[in-house]
Design a protein around this ligand. Structure first.
Ligand code: PAN
Ligand code: ZN
Length: 202
């Protein structure tokens, strides 16, 4: 006969507790944060169209931080959020950008809510459509599932935005690293313009 002992019940997950998280819209600081990382320009070389301009920029200005990501990712939660803080600058005609990615889980979308600065969110679907959403304070960009997304700082100040997504969305950088985005955000006659990426495979 089976003996049922109460101390053999599976341990329960600790209960998640509500918390107010302060987000500074100018600096992008998240308090409390659970993690953060920085991307230096040198790690982004292959993303820019003009590698000669890239090398000249690094030689002249050094390997500065291009962007920083600060996260609030509570263990055991289904959702997470954080900020991305992008420095202003250009490599040749192309503005500073993030790597860009699809989510590893193809049914997971995201929201980007711009706090300060100005930029553009470049997106493309797997079926050949391109879109862009202006990033300016007060605008929440809806990123549907399975759209590649890359942020570009087209302004002269930091671009700070809050991102919010499911904790298991994951990042798939491979496709964008290999093929690039369909569109580039470049300076043309003194202002930001979107042009077709001449290197994107047809
Ligand atoms: C964001 C991005 C962040 C950095 O948190 O990861 O802005 O961009 P890359 O990851 O493309 O370098 C997000 O979209 N998470 O899913
Ligand atoms: Zn994302």
């Amino acid at each position: 006969m089976d003996v049922i002992r109460s101390n053999q019940q599976p341990a329960e997950e600790p209960m998640l507790l509500p918390e107010g998280v302060k987000i500074d819209g100018d600096t992008g600081e998240v308090t409390p944060a659970t993690g953060r990382y920085v991307k230096h320009l040198s790690s982004l070389r292959d993303l820019y169209e003009d590698t000669a301009a890239f090398d000249a920029h690094l030689a002249a200005h050094g390997d500065a931080v291009a962007y920083e990501v600060v996260e609030y990712r509570p263990e055991g939660s289904d959702i997470c959020f954080g900020t991305t803080i992008m420095m202003p600058g250009k490599i040749g005609r192309e503005y500073f950008l993030t790597r860009g990615h699809f989510h590893a889980k193809t049914d997971r979308g995201e929201v980007y809510y711009t706090q300060s600065g100005e930029g553009v969110l470049l997106l493309h679907s797997r079926t050949g459509e391109s879109r862009s959403v202006s990033m300016r304070p007060g605008v929440a960009a809806f990123i549907p599932p399975d759209w590649a997304h890359r942020s570009v700082n087209t302004g002269s100040e930091k671009l700070v935005f809050v991102w919010m997504c499911t904790i298991d969305a994951g990042h798939d950088y491979g496709e964008v690293a290999t093929r690039g985005m369909r569109q580039l955000a470049v300076e043309q006659n003194g202002s930001a313009a979107l042009v077709a990426n001449p290197k994107y495979p047809s």
